[in-house]
Design a protein around this ligand. Structure first.
Ligand code: CMX
Length: 131
């Protein structure tokens, strides 16, 4: 069902302050930033080879990422896997007993279809599937 790791999401207080480490110290390429209003986050995509890191900065105090930062501080927020068909993957996961946060695909960055698996079903690791 999964084809590859799509990206790793990292929660930060400030994209502007976090980018120099990834871009200048690690040599990753900043591909751009985007606000995802529905999820109250600003995201920055950094690329190295085939791999991507997504920095997540909250855009409002009640953003889920703001809550995450309050509870845990900055750090790894989620791991996203590519699937060919998100709706189909949701059905397959549910049929196998996996609890989903999203039972229907929603829109993520770049207009991609995404869905989150409930961390209770994935050993505490917030897991995203994306198309
Ligand atoms: N890691 C581990 N557990 C997490 C978590 C994380 N990053 N985020 C939330 N949880 C846990 C919560 O603690 C909660 O646990 P309990 O049920 O034990 O209390 C559970 O997951 C559900 O969380 P919630 O906040 O109550 O549920 P919501 O449905 O309101 O939201 C979620 C869940 C994951 C969608 C939201 O917290 C979130 O992180 N939204 C931002 C998503 C994001 O990263 N979007 C960026 C763009 C996406 C992209 O294109 O990649």
């Amino acid at each position: 069902m999964l084809t590859k790791i799509n990206h790793i999401g990292i929660a930060v207080n400030s994209i502007e302050e976090a980018v120099p480490f990834y871009r200048d110290s690690l040599g990753m390429v900043l591909k751009g930033t985007e606000v995802v209003p529905s999820q109250k986050v600003k995201v920055a995509f950094l690329v190295i080879g085939e791999s991507k890191i997504e920095l997540l900065e909250p855009t409002a105090p009640d953003s889920p990422v703001a809550k995450f930062l309050e509870k845990n501080g900055p750090g790894v927020h989620h791991i996203a896997y590519s699937v060919p068909d998100v709706a189909k993957a949701i059905e397959q996961l549910k049929a196998g007993g996996t609890r989903m946060i999203d039972e229907v695909p929603r829109e993520g960055a770049h207009g991609a279809k995404i869905a989150f698996i409930h961390p209770k079903s994935s050993g505490g690791v917030l897991t995203e599937i994306c198309g």
